[in-house]
Design a protein around this ligand. Sequence first.
Ligand SMILES: [Zn+2]
Length: 447
Amino acid sequence: MHKTVRFMQSILKDFPRHHLIMATAVGCCLLALALYPVSNAEANRQVAEPIAIPAATQPPATPAEEVEPALKWTEQRVSSGDSLSTLFTRAELTAADVYEVSSSPDGKLLRNLYPGELFRFGLDRSGQLQELHHVQSKLVSRVFTLDGESYSSEQLVLKPDTLLNYREGVIKDSLYMSGLEANLPDKLIMELANIFAWDIDFVFDIRGGDSFSLLFEEHFLEGEKLSVGNIIAATFTNRGKTFQAVRYTNGQGATNYYTPEGLSMRKAFLRTPLDIFRISSGFNLKRKHPIHKKVKAHRGVDYAAPRGTPVYSAGDGKVIAAGYSKANGNFVFVQHGQTYITKYLHLNNKKVRKGQSVRQRQLIGTVGSTGYATGPHLHYEFLVNGVHRNPRTVKLPQANPIPKAELVAFQTATQPMLTQLAEYGGASTFATSGSAADMNAGAASAN
Ligand SMILES: [Zn+2]
């Protein structure tokens, strides 16, 4: 054991302390994974190397050509309009070869080919097709092998390595641009906003200086990054208030995001009942809102948005009115249980009928300017026991917290992720306040 520790220390002596803690925690067998390089040239103030998840993976299967060196290999890429015949012809094989493969027991699996797929042909010295690899993706292949008279086939599925990476950023011009500057793919920027969408109004309340950090999965195959996975833990600081979320799969197998205390991030009502990603100005801190000076008692909130932007039901409920009036234009009212009613005015189109049940985030209409409206916008009202409340600030009821009996399991599963997120955040803050050289040691090894 002492030997192992010394060995690790000798390897890790150039790394900052939190890296050592991390590597020790995941175990020396995963050390190589922990030091895996990741591209982060664009992002500053971020920790370079991802963290290995102990649940990783198997070694890639040995490619067939290494055990059968006698075969000569050629490749053909599937283009639009290709069939097995055109591919075999290009590989200088005959119609008889096509027949032998396609009439084999699994030959029907070669009927549907998709552009971009790859075929690898392994021929022996006599020109006989011994092996055919149908590479459907980087992870999935089917291998046809000449087995006496006929071809048999086997599916080959590679499992990618899943590693955790960290990013953080400060909002300058917009959430979207700041996310890109932090080297976050679009998918993760949207997922981040969706996780916090019940607590933070991303249309009105985002401010310069707001900040975020997140721990997320990346999938690798033989050192090549294939894709990004899920956000595992994240923070978002909005106007000085920090929200935290962690991903957890409960005893019933349902995956959701929760606060560290086990309250659901998902609430009974959406804070913003429209698609914020369709509101380009929603990310722009310099945007202007339409001002309805003529409306005396303004009892709702107005979301300026392009005509046609999807409008969602803020919660599960029942449509109690869907119609047209001179003032409201096209409108939809939804009742949620006994206590709540939400109202959506000036719609371009209604997508629901009176009496219909709706789910949270179900499309109920599109943004328009019907009725007394100066331009396309959604006028949204939120009523509690018949009294108008400010939709942007009203306290929303909780939905499905972690049950008490599962709280220990929840904390055991999620606490390490929150700790890692906090350590990375702390490490990078420390780095900018004077220990930059330390951080750069990690960053340099990653490039
Ligand atoms: Zn209004």
